[in-house]
Design a protein around this ligand. Structure first.
Ligand SMILES: Nc1ncnc2c1ncn2[C@@H]1O[C@H](COP(=O)(O)OP(=O)(O)OP(=O)(O)O)[C@@H](O)[C@H]1O
Ligand SMILES: [Mg+2]
Length: 521
């Protein structure tokens, strides 16, 4: 046997049936919805069932006539004026300390109301997840918060409580005079309904979907309902009932000529009031400080991000300036520098070779060695290994500008690689077409053989400027410049022919050979 609730003489309802329930109370203005809701609240309060009522017309403070209910918010019957900062705190007090709360939001602007409810209901939802105790939330004028066809954060929250709150013990009482404007999903999932009188066709249609009657029957029965009458639906039970009148003062009564005296109201425990007041002062100030601190942190983060972007842009600008300075002018090439560089390159080779000979590590002078019969034959449409005719380079001016720029880009790219890689490349192109063993190259560059073996010039190998071959005496490197040029500059055909390709190779050979001698930034 459950705990019977005195709602209507026509209806036997137990308290247990309310737990985790989604209840809808619908009907036109003045049909008795708030009275019905008030009666249910009275019965729940009688049995200390914890609850919150979202009251946007300030009509539920009369419950205090009999019950210890905390009325907070902003409105006529409010005990403690609070704003959104305290919402979480109040929800906590209500749920943890079992304090019934009427949230009088009649004095809030709609935006504030929505913010308050979001904070309040989120806190209730989270707490219910931990506590899993019976708790119910009544929401007046629900169509404002869960409107059909419009998505809001608050609607999502209320719908979640109404549809999925049961497992947490959370129930909802949805009250609305605009049946057609309330989210259909919530109405269709409501386990218990009190359908008061409606007259409009759209509302009648909603009732038609909720009641298993013919359309004409629905209309006939519903239009005949009087104030306080409704059709009660709970699963298979469908019952026309009359809901008793509220025992406590109904501030939303329809005015009459009778003198209405506001009754004396009960106060909740003083300690609860003080707790809320303390929370209000503390939380309000704290949250303001926290809010400002949070804002400051946000702004600082934005500033830091901007500083970073500025630094990156400055770096990019510097790099661009640097590249601009570093890219050699495509024409005319500085003959003197090139000449000096080649001479230097060859001398460098001789010095290295001399050093290598004195160490006895290399049998031949790599710089002076002539290709022997065993060396691979390199076929070329132009002779990569021929002596560079410096004067001829002057004619790079005759190359199309795009080609000259392409050469510059390649040289610039090669110049950015490590010095060891550049030395190997410079050596290979300067001594093309002969291939040289790692041992020989190590002797020439003065670099340990193991270093070259462990750290080969991958980028130049990938670019195809040099190739690596395995022979009986180990790895060999040789220039692949002519094949590289044929492939890389083939795109400019037919603007250029074999003669131009030859010229490009000569130019590249000269400029790449220089890279092995100087520290290029
Ligand atoms: N069961 C009832 N018995 C007697 N009087 C009732 C009953 N239900 C409601 N009333 C009275 O009818 C009037 C309207 O009731 P109520 O405020 O509950 O209507 P409502 O549907 O909530 O209207 P609104 O949509 O305007 O809020 C009130 O004066 C109320 O006291
Ligand atoms: Mg009402």
């Amino acid at each position: 046997m459950g705990t019977p609730l005195n709602i209507s003489n026509d209806l036997a309802l137990d308290l247990e049936q309310i737990i985790g329930q989604c209840i809808a109370i619908l009907g036109i203005r003045g049909s008795g919805k708030s009275n019905t809701a008030g009666v249910i609240f009275e019965e729940l309060l009688k049995h200390n069932y914890p609850l919150s009522i979202v009251d946007i017309d300030g009509e539920y403070f009369g419950l205090k006539e009999r019950y210890e209910v905390l009325v907070v918010g902003q409105g006529k019957g409010v005990e403690i004026e609070v704003d959104v900062d305290c919402a979480e705190e109040i929800a906590q007090v209500s749920m943890e300390k079992n304090v019934p709360v009427v949230l009088d939001l009649s004095g809030f602007l709609s935006e504030e109301r929505s913010e308050f409810l979001k904070a309040y209901l989120t806190a209730l939802w989270n707490l219910a997840g931990k506590l899993r105790r019976p708790y119910i939330i009544g929401i007046e004028e629900a169509h404002e918060f869960i409107p059909q066809g419009i998505r809001t954060k608050l609607k999502e929250l209320i719908s979640r409580i109404a549809l999925r709150g049961r497992k947490r013990g959370l129930g909802a009482i949805i009250i609305s005079q605009r049946s057609a404007k309330v989210e259909k999903d919530v109405l269709s999932q409501a386990g218990m309904l009190f359908l008061h009188r409606v007259v409009h066709e759209v509302d009648m249609r909603v009732y038609g979907e909720l009641l298993p009657w013919r359309k004409s029957e629905v209309k006939e029965i519903i239009t005949a309902l009087e104030t306080g009458d409704c059709v009660y639906i709970n699963r298979e039970t469908i019952l026309p009932i009359y809901v008793r009148e509220r025992e406590t003062f109904h501030a939303g009564f329809t005015p009459s000529l009778e003198v209405v005296v506001t009754p004396e109201l009960r106060q909740v425990n003083q300690s609860i009031i003080e707790a809320i007041e303390r929370a209000k002062v503390g939380k309000g100030k704290k949250s303001r400080i926290e809010e400002l601190r949070g804002r400051l942190e946000q702004l600082e983060a934005v500033l830091a991000e901007k500083d970073k972007t500025i630094a990156e842009l400055e770096e990019a600008a510097r790099t661009l300036g640097y590249i601009k300075v570093e890219i050699p002018s495509p024409s005319p090439p500085n003959m003197q520098d090139i000449s000096k560089a080649i001479v230097h390159s060859v001398e460098g080779g001789k010095v290295a070779a001399k050093a290598a000979r004195s160490m006895g590590s290399v049998s031949d002078s790599v710089a002076t060695r002539k290709p022997v019969a065993s060396d691979p034959v390199i076929e070329a449409p132009f002779d990569e290994g021929e002596v560079i005719d410096i004067d001829e380079l002057g004619s790079t001016n005759s190359l199309p500008q795009a080609v000259r720029q392409h050469i510059d880009r390649l040289v610039s790219r090669a110049a950015k690689k490590g010095i060891l890689d550049r030395r190997i490349l410079a050596f290979a192109v300067a001594h093309a077409p002969t291939s040289y063993s790692v041992r020989q190259i190590a002797a020439w560059t003065g670099c340990a053989q193991g270093v070259i073996e462990d750290d080969p010039p991958r980028d130049f190998l990938d670019m195809g400027l040099i190739v690596r071959e395995r022979r009986s005496d180990g790895l060999h490197y040789r220039s692949n410049l002519k094949a590289f040029v044929t492939r890389e500059f083939g795109i400019y055909k037919p603007d250029i022919g074999a003669q131009e390709l030859h010229l490009i190779a000569q130019c590249l050979r000269t400029r790449l050979a220089v890279l092995g001698n100087a520290v290029i930034r």
